[in-house]
Write a protein that binds this ligand. Sequence first.
Ligand code: GLP
Length: 241
Amino acid sequence: MQVVILPTAAEVGRIAAAKVASVIQRRPDAVLGLATGSSPLAIYADLAERVRSGALRVDAVRAFALDEYVGLPLDHPESYHSVIRRTVTKPVGLAPGLVHVPDGAAADLDAAAADYETAIRDAGGVDVQILGIGANGHIGFNEPTSSFASRTRIKTLAPRTRADNARFFASPDDVPRHCVTQGLGTILDARELVLVATGPAKADAVHAMVEGPLSSMCPGSALQLHPHAMVVVDEAAAARL
Ligand code: GLP
């Protein structure tokens, strides 16, 4: 695992985006793995700027998001379908037809999750997976106790995650209780991983991910198993390293 510690959150976004951009430059139809949350927003803003300036072309880039809530209509502003469209697809200029998000509104969620795995495999796998980390160590929505071998499936959100995400909803009760998420096994199949974390609230999770034992209690520690994992953090998130 390569750990890069930088003075500011802005630099974290810039260095992580440079990594993603280099993958796209090498392979114009690269398959990106997309994460939601505030942490990767600086990456998407940086990529959007590179595209605007003509330094990067993304018309052939394909993408698969990590996760989605169960039970929200796809056009709900906080569904990850909407969030990915608003924060990634539109600003970066990805082709909407090439961006995929798990279906949390499917009648048969197990079948939809299995289809998502097949779609990733048929695309040739993910070239570079962008990740954030939850304060409890989750990646995607793989909450503590998730199996390192898990594939895309339905999960129950941890109370801490629901509380952390309540800021996006009118009331804490409105936060969905379930989600569909790529598994840790799915994430580990990506050829490269780039995880970003900033701020003091992530210091414990970053410590457990980087220096703690390999443990399903910190799903992020699965990155220790990956041969090409880059963790980019600011000094606040690195405080316990
Ligand atoms: C969310 C997402 C994760 C994200 C994490 C941290 O619930 N499912 O993919 O990494 O929580 O979010 P943030 O970056 O806003 O702290």
